[in-house]
Write a protein that binds this ligand. Structure first.
Ligand code: NAD
Ligand code: UDP
Length: 336
């Protein structure tokens, strides 16, 4: 039987890659996106990749009437909820907008789901709910905390889902804690496309590689890590997308909720990322050492075993593949 899935934020970076993997797995998909951080032509590109028309609604996940219309027009089996604001720095300057969109959006969606008797949801959480981890690699039972408003919204959302699941056994949630998604689809048609100057490392490096930005500032080289620069668990976005297919499958087949890390279990430093990208783009990348960024932690990488046990999840794509697909995407994008 074909199941129909509502993908909020489905035109965004992770949502668009997940769309492709869900379509390949035989799901029917309805996208809801307000395009606040995505270009409408992503939908055309998804049609090219999947060779099938895309069903989408342009609107806000906080619009209850629109959600009711979508649930009335489609027999939705489950929701994958990506729609959110995600810039850590901005979240401190605009806390109300972040809480309103990320927490308020989730609440409105859950109310609409309950009214439509749709009880399964995959939620985009983040390794940021671990704050500054005490132990590495990070297991799912590590203490949770937050150091910024964005992280607060993710932790609060997780807790809301826990309250609902405890109160009513019909709910089943797949809470996926992403580490650092990077890379792009092999086609070069979709990828990460931030507006303005990127906050995150990989899109910044990519813009240095294309010549759009002059040089990378490495935020600190005096951390307690092998080369002194920050260490993160970078995961290929296509591997991450496949994790959503596995999470959905588990929710739909068994109704069993789960909370798992989606990472590779391997950490790379900023300097290792620069070197890997240089291999992919074929030229040296300019960088300078700059002061530490406020709120940054030295190292963060997952213990990915639980996702393996619960979902059969395993990340297959290596660092060179992450850089190669990113470079393919940004160089094609730049050439139109
Ligand atoms: P993204 O900004 O590319 O995608 C989010 C999508 O949601 C965009 O297409 C945007 O237009 C849409 N959107 C935003 N607010 C909306 C609203 N109110 N109504 C409808 N649509 C709205 O971000 P992404 O990197 O694809 O992230 C997807 C999810 O994963 C987010 O919840 C994010 O917090 C989470 N996450 C991302 C990362 C990361 O590093 N990219 C890491 C951990 C968690
Ligand atoms: N980083 C950097 N320069 C940049 C952006 C990021 O040196 O312009 C570093 C950052 O300090 C961290 C790593 O790269 O050690 C990953 O940062 P990102 O913002 O991508 O992810 P997060 O810190 O949220 O895990």
């Amino acid at each position: 039987m074909t199941h129909k899935i509502l993908l909020t934020g489905g035109a965004g970076y992770i949502g668009s890659h997940t769309y492709v993997e869900l379509a390949a797995a035989g799901y029917e998909i309805v996208i809801l996106d307000n395009f606040s951080n995505a270009r409408p032509d992503v939908l055309d590109r998804l049609e090219i990749i999947t060779d099938a028309p895309v069903t989408s609604y342009r609107g806000d996940v906080r619009d209850r009437a629109l959600l009711d219309t979508i649930f009335a027009e489609h027999e939705i089996a489950a929701v994958v909820h990506f729609a959110a604001l995600k810039a850590v720095g901005e979240s401190g300057r605009m806390p109300l907008e972040y809480i309103q969109t990320n927490v308020g959006g989730l609440l409105t969606l859950l109310e609409a789901m309950m009214a439509a008797s749709v009880w399964r949801l995959v939620f985009s959480s983040s390794a940021t709910v671990y704050g500054d981890p005490e132990k590495l690699p990070i297991r799912e039972d590590a203490q949770r905390s937050y150091t910024n408003t964005y992280a607060f919204t993710k932790l609060a959302s997780e807790q809301i889902l826990e309250q609902l699941a405890a109160a009513d056994a019909r709910w089943a949630f797949g809470t996926l804690r992403y580490f650092n998604p990077v890379g792009a689809h092999d086609s070069g048609l979709i990828g990460e496309d931030p507006n303005g100057i990127p906050n995150n490392l990989m899109p910044f490096i990519a813009k240095v590689a294309t010549g759009e930005l002059e040089k990378l500032s490495i935020f600190g080289d005096d951390y307690n890590t092998p080369d002194g620069t920050g260490v993160r668990d970078y995961i290929h976005v296509v591997d991450l997308a496949k994790g959503h297919v596995q999470s959905l499958g588990k929710l739909i087949e068994t109704g069993a909720g789960h909370t798992v890390n989606l990472g590779t279990g391997t950490g790379y430093s900023v300097l290792e990322m620069v070197r890997a990208y240089e291999r992919a783009c074929g030229h040296e990348l300019a960088y300078q050492i700059a002061p530490r960024r406020d709120g940054d932690i030295a190292a963060c990488y997952a213990d990915p075993r639980l996702a393996g046990e619960v979902l059969g999840f395993e990340a297959h794509r290596d660092l060179d593949d992450m850089c190669r697909t990113s470079w393919n995407w940004v160089s094609r994008r730049r050439n139109g």
